[in-house]
Each structure stands twice: as structure tokens, then as C-alpha cells.
Design a protein around this ligand. Sequence first.
Ligand SMILES: [Zn+2]
Length: 320
Amino acid sequence: MKFTKSCIAALTFFMLFSGISVTAEEKDTDETQDKIALFKKTQAITNMPWYYLAAIDQYEHNIQKEEKPDQLISIDIPDEFWFGISNPGLPAEDIITVSNGWGRDGDGDGLAEKDNDEDVLYTMADWINRYGNNKEDVKIALWNYYQRELTVQTIMNIAKIYEKFGTTELDKTDFPLPLQANYSYRNTWGDARGFGGRRIHEGTDIFAGYGVPVKATTYGVVEMKGWNKYGGWRIGIRDISNHYHYFAHLNGYEKGINVGDVVEPGTVIGSVGATGYGPPGTSGKFPPHLHYGMYKDNGYSEWSFDPYPHLKRWERNARN
Ligand SMILES: [Zn+2]
């Protein structure tokens, strides 16, 4: 059976008319399960670990401009690769035999179809397998394919998270400070900053006492840790949605938290402080607070956006 969105639509239709209600969340879960089944099926026939395929798919989903309504898989292999540079638009039945393109038949119907989920996954796995299927091989294949360091790093990080938790279903979140702590924050997006010339405030300041624990808000990988003259002791975590979470002015780090570590919502990473605005160790030039910044990568560039609505939502979810 093919795992397509229309199957799920048909199932939903059936359930509605049989009096069984289905929520959007359950539908998402069904799609996620169907996708995991596709990744694992491809792994079984290509030996490509499912979490690499899942991570590539997730990354491409994050940068996708428009959804493909009839497909579960978001990976979009460019025509010149699929068909071969000299064979644009070659019929699907001829790709495997005639062209030098990458297009492969993954579901055994004799066609290499660019819009068939199993063909796409099989083709991607087959192409990476030319380099091999261990971590370093995959990294080299991804570098040659995307030619962009941040893309490779993001995909490898997502894969690491999927491998560790054994699933792609990772939507849990947390608020960065314990709800019982005494803290306050308001929306200060874009406020002017004094130190370091004309900068605007790219984040939300959550005021709290020295030493209040600071937690990861999503699943992610620690990408950066260390001193910066503005941010003081800070830490950066990249999640599975191409978001980079920036925690600054920390008093210190939680013991054992290092670059490359996988974290989950609620993992303590450090504590609230007032470090920064000077050489390493500078502290107390402003009241203690956590500066929370968020950055989004679209596959070409990275920019900061207002974390305030996210913080509000995480706080609400943590309360329930
Ligand atoms: Zn701030």
C-alpha cells in the first residue's frame, strides 16, 4: 500500500461518517507514523539509516515554499539531478535505463517518479550510498548535494536527535525558567540598545534572580557555548524546525553540557546571571536576566525573529 495524504483523507472521511471523531493532532500522528514507516522501509532495502532520511525530509519541509498536497515526503530533488542534465522531462519509465540521472524506482513499479514518495526516498538513499552510509560518508554526500555548511550541520543535528529518541514525533516544549520561580518579561522586540553602538534588541529579556535554572525549550543540539562580549556566557541550541535558540547572560553552565549534546525540553543548561558587556567574566552591569533570542534559517540565510509569542505559548503549555 502507498502511504499518501489521500489515504489519510479517505480514512478521515470514513471515520467522520462512522461517527468516530478525528482531531488534527491525531491526523498529524498518523502522517508521522506513515512517514516513519516509509523511512524504515527504505532503510530495509538500502541500508541507509532511517534517521538520515528523516532528517533530510524534515530539513526540506522546514525550507519548503509550498506544500506538495499528494505527498508525505518533502524532499525535492532538482530536475537536472533526477532526469540527468541532458534529459529534462524524460518519461519516468525511461529514466533508469536511458539517462544518467539519479532517479530510481523505489516501489518496484518500473517507474522512477519524482512525485512518488518511495521513489524519492530510494533515490536519495541510493545517491548517498555512493559515498557510504556511516556518519562521515553521509556528511560528505550532504555537503556535495547542498554545498552549504549550515544545512549540513542542521541535518546532521536533526538526525542525531531522531536517532537518540527513536522517533520524529518530538513536539514537546518547555518554558526556559521554572514556573514557580519569580520572573517577569514583556515584549521588548526592537527596543534600542545602548552598548556597542546602534543595535536593536533582538530577543526577550526574562528578569529573574541569580542562579534560577535555565532550561532548553525544545529538542535540539547544543551548537555553541562560550563567552561573547555582549552576551556574556551564552549557549546556542538548534532545534528540528531550523530554529536557533540563543540563551545569554548566564551565570554559568550546567555541569556536563557541551557542544554537540542532544537536549530535550526541560534539560537544565545553566542558570540566570548578569554576564556580558565586557571582557570574559564581566558581570553585574545590569540586573540579572535571561536574554532569549530566536533565529530562523530558510536554507539561504538566517535572521532573528520575535521569540515573545513562543515564550508565551511555552509558558501556557507548561502550566497545563
Ligand atoms: Zn536581552
